[in-house]
Design a protein around this ligand. Sequence first.
Ligand SMILES: N=c1c2ncn([C@@H]3O[C@H](COP(=O)(O)OP(=O)(O)OP(=O)(O)O)[C@@H](O)[C@H]3O)c2ncn1[C@@H]1O[C@H](COP(=O)(O)O)[C@@H](O)[C@H]1O
Length: 107
Amino acid sequence: MSSSILEDLAATIRSRRSADPAVSYTRRLIDGAPLKPAKKLGEEAVETVIAAMSESDKALTGEAADLLYHLLVVLECRNIDVADVLKELEARVGTSGIEEKQRRSTR
Ligand SMILES: N=c1c2ncn([C@@H]3O[C@H](COP(=O)(O)OP(=O)(O)OP(=O)(O)O)[C@@H](O)[C@H]3O)c2ncn1[C@@H]1O[C@H](COP(=O)(O)O)[C@@H](O)[C@H]1O
């Protein structure tokens, strides 16, 4: 799979494990795991929903970026590689939503 900005950002987030919490927001989130990053992810999800319902495209784009960043932090805190998430998405390409539903029911 080709490298992507998500993988680059995930690598930056991983590198922040050893950063100074005084200068790294990511390190402060990681230090508060699992609750703090999970709570922030929830907040960002709600802000994204609100933007989707009632704000501008620009606002929604910004909230979506915040959401993806916080999701990557949560994945890092659980030692889940974003490449595995991307592979999961890739495996779904070309299948219908209904096929995906059936696949999940047989897991
Ligand atoms: N992509 C992001 C990113 N997106 C959002 N945020 C931060 O997420 C927070 C968003 O939360 P809110 O909107 O609720 O704002 P807030 O009230 O300031 O947040 P809180 O104090 O409540 O946590 C802001 O503080 C943003 O700065 C991010 N912080 C970091 N990154 C990336 O992570 C890299 C490493 O960052 P540091 O760890 O800070 O060096 C950066 O170079 C960026 O590439």
